[in-house]
Design a protein around this ligand. Structure first.
Ligand code: PEP
Ligand code: CO
Length: 431
């Protein structure tokens, strides 16, 4: 099995699996079906998918503020996309379970010492010592508990008034509001306020779930199969099996082998699923994958997340789009403009430039326009915090700035104002 930890204590792992299998599901099958229905609309060109959140969630410093601020940015982006482009936005977080990371190398060597790579807080710790890097199955339970409390807060925020469209201005955090993107958002928020006031003055009640609450779904890369299998439950209503660790789960670029364990697991669950598609994927590979996990050609079942890199997307993507269309799979195509555009800056930080991110999204839209398919969504790594991990943006982050607030445990994330910059530019492409 690819990208799996070498657990030092297998009986302890088994014990943990048994414990997880007894714990309540984190999401319900019916919710996963609603998301599949929403994604079916995306596949049909009637909606847009915004999938966003951390590269890797952390056990450290876990608290309500970071969840709230991440949600604010995602809600802001969704408002920009929906209002400016007039397309409904399906919101899916990389959150409440995004704790496992595939790595390009299984070990890391520092000053002659070789230790296992950091595989995410669900498996081991990021600090470089033998104890920190040893896979610990108790972390699976910790990940479950943190996911449960994250989901609880997300449900409260999105159904309890926080996501009410009367509050669009309140999602604009101070450090974002001062940036050009934040000011542009402020203007848009005024327009929405006016539209709602107009509606109310005309006697149309704004007390509608569509205005007062929002649907927000969770997702993560289903990498550690022991965790995912322990949370896979039979739906009493339909008899189908659902991975109840999240509404949607995806297969990473490194584990999408047709004969691999991850594809095998995904064939057996009925959730909406994703799969990353990198620059080495051939049209035959992608169609074979579609046939394996979407034999019924079900709209919303499969989201293909292309992550080609800005320089190759125009060349690589069109033949894949044609092949999948011709094979009759009604997939969602989403663009991950992050993972193909990572480089090391002169100051030595792993980073991404917003212009490369934008260039890949632009190439993704052009590829779809040339083939006549629907550019269904974006998949991005972001945080609500005012970090300096990616370069560029209208509130420019330069190479030297990367040293001031570089906090990610894994890949560099867009900060709040860079995320809004991206949303405004995607909205322009969508119009
Ligand atoms: C990720 O989404 O964080 C990731 C590791 O992506 P990929 O599988 O596309 O490399
Ligand atoms: Co990442």
């Amino acid at each position: 099995m690819k990208q799996q930890p070498s657990w030092p204590d297998l009986p302890e792992l088994e014990q943990v699996e048994k414990q997880l299998a007894m714990l309540p599901p984190l999401v319900f099958a019916g919710e996963a079906r609603s998301l599949k229905e929403q994604l079916g609309k995306v596949a049909n060109g009637e909606a847009f998918l915004l999938q966003a959140g951390d590269c890797a969630e952390s056990f450290d410093g876990f608290g309500a503020d970071a969840i709230r601020d991440k949600l604010k940015v995602i809600l802001q982006m969704a408002v920009v996309l929906t209002y400016s482009a007039g397309v409904p936005t399906v919101k899916v977080g990389r959150i409440a379970g995004q704790f496992a990371k595939p790595r390009s190398k299984p070990t890391e060597t520092v000053d002659g010492t070789e230790l296992p790579s950091f595989l995410g807080h669900m498996v081991n710790d990021v600090a470089f010592s033998e104890g920190d890097r040893r896979p610990n199955p108790q972390r699976l339970i910790h990940a479950y508990n943190q996911s449960a409390s994250t989901l609880n807060l997300l449900r409260a925020f999105t159904k309890g008034g926080f996501a009410d469209l009367h509050r669009v201005q309140a999602w604009n955090q101070e450090f974002v509001a001062g940036s050009p993107a934040g000011q542009r958002y402020d203007t848009l928020g005024d327009e929405i306020d006016r539209a709602i006031r107009f509606m109310e003055a005309a006697g149309i009640s704004s007390k509608h779930p569509e205005i007062n609450e929002t649907d927000f779904y969770t997702s993560h890369e289903a990498l550690i199969l022991q965790y995912e299998e322990a949370l896979t439950r039979k739906d009493s209503l339909t008899g189908g099996w659902y991975d109840c660790s999240a509404h949607m789960v995806w297969i990473g670029e490194r584990t999408r082998q047709l004969d691999g364990a991850h594809v095998e697991f995904f064939r057996g669950i009925e959730n909406p699923i994703g799969c990353k598609i990198g620059p080495t994927a051939t049209p035959e590979d992608v169609v074979a994958l579609c046939n394996a996990v979407d034999p019924d050609r079900e709209p919303g079942r499969l989201t293909l997340i292309s992550r080609m890199g800005a320089s190759t997307v125009r060349e690589n993507l069109p033949t894949l789009l044609e092949a999948v269309r011709d094979a009759g799979h009604p997939v969602v195509w989403a663009c991950d403009p992050m993972h193909g555009n990572t480089f090391t800056s002169e100051s030595g930080k792993k980073t991404r430039h917003l212009e490369d991110v934008m260039a890949e999204v632009t190439g993704f839209f052009e590829a779809h326009r040339s083939v006549g398919t629907w550019p269904g969504g974006i998949h991005v790594e972001l945080t609500g915090d005012d970090v300096t991990e990616c370069m560029g943006g209208t509130k420019e982050v330069g190479d030297a700035d990367l040293l001031t607030r570089y906090e990610t445990m894994c890949d560099p994330r867009l900060n709040g104002s860079q995320s809004l910059d991206l949303a405004f530019r995607v909205a322009e492409l969508l119009r």
